[in-house]
Ligand binder design. Sequence first.
Ligand code: ADP
Ligand code: ZN
Length: 212
Amino acid sequence: MVPIIQRNVGWIEVICGCMFSGKSEELIRRLKRALIGRQKVSIFKPKIDNRYSKDHIVSHSELKIHSEVVENAREILERSLESQVVGIDEAQFFDNDLVEVCQKLANMGKRVIVAGLDMDYRGIPFDPMPQLLAVAEYIYKLQAICVICGNPATFTYRTIEDPNRVVVGANNIYEARCRNCFQAPPEGRKEKQAPAAQAEKVTPETPPVEES
Ligand code: ADP
Ligand code: ZN
């Protein structure tokens, strides 16, 4: 997919889609290949996403790769100065600074691979993903399987009522659904964001993955 690369050219790749579409799997696959190629790789995820592991990115299919937890996007810049490849998961949990950070890293000649939810549970674009998609050189939109009808799914349906935008959880409270089977929640399209500290009130059903 990525064409022949001249040396010292950086770029941004964005992997997006709904929950269960395979974003983390795809990110892990790309990063593992970079490691096989003996490239210097840094991998980050936001502090809020501690669902399965504090120091690994873990996919729903239990693929995993070591990662560092950061409080904010600026920390990514500070911690990846020596890296050739920078991987970032759950980009939708960062603020808009992430866009400038990714741009800076790419301008420094690094390959930046970012994965994140492109829409929230209401079907509304999830900042800063739209901004990242606009400035990325390469975009990969993945689909899950709709749990209702089996068609390709692009929406994340929340099965519980909660007006907060961020409620961390997995298969116990979220389902992948296609456009036909998705319904926006009754609270409508009002923007209401939860502070990070409140957001982790729903415990995921999926058991934690054993570290090895
Ligand atoms: P994402 O990061 O996009 O949430 P993951 O990479 O963590 O996705 O997980 C993808 C995996 O989730 C699939 O390979 C499959 O094993 C599992 N999965 C569970 N439910 C679904 C679904 N409805 N559609 C597709 N895959 C699903
Ligand atoms: Zn459907």
